[in-house]
Write a protein that binds this ligand. Structure first.
Ligand SMILES: [Cu+2]
Length: 169
């Protein structure tokens, strides 16, 4: 009986530690910092935002989504097109630089404008360096566009999402 109580007590003591570990990994991911993505604009104070400004690298959700906030209700404002996001002027192609705070093994990176996938770059199932830049042809789109970039992780079912506002051409 005494042994059982000790086991239960240590289990209870372990549970909060486990939660802390999960919370710690939540800050270790990645996002596009150039041109400044929506979450980068939050982090830089270009646009006033909620908690996303403290962790622009944390827009993580299941693979296959097509939203700027990756299904995170706490970050829903990233999908609000009326929030005054600053658009970066680019030509018919543009270079996008990711910052990774944890180098997860990567399936690929995808780039969408509207429903069109304008770019895909293989990650070769490898860990990327701390920064990666992709030059993406914007597929003939012109004017103000919202580009959705997706980092598909190889060893989890999740992806990271970043929207970049562009003025093309
Ligand atoms: Cu991560």
């Amino acid at each position: 009986m005494k042994k059982k109580i000790i086991a239960a007590a240590s289990g209870a003591a372990l549970a909060p530690a486990f939660v802390v570990v999960l919370a710690g990994t939540a800050s270790a991911h990645g996002y596009i910092n150039s041109p400044p993505s929506r979450q980068a604009q939050c982090a830089q104070g270009t646009v006033q935002c909620g908690s996303i400004k403290y962790e622009p690298q944390s827009v993580e959700g299941p693979k296959g989504l097509r939203s700027c906030h990756g299904g995170n209700s706490a970050f829903a404002e990233l999908s609000d097109d009326s929030k005054g996001w600053r658009a970066t002027s680019v030509g018919t192609s543009a270079s996008f630089t990711w910052t990774f705070t944890a180098a997860h093994r990567t399936s690929n990176w995808e780039y969408y404008i509207g429903g069109t996938r304008v770019g895909v770059v293989s990650g070769n199932n490898a860990q990327p360096p701390r920064n990666v830049t992709h030059n993406i042809n914007l597929g003939g789109f012109t004017g103000r566009q919202k580009l959705l970039a997706i980092w598909n992780i190889a060893d989890t079912s999740n992806a990271f999402y970043a929207c970049v506002d562009l003025q093309v051409g």
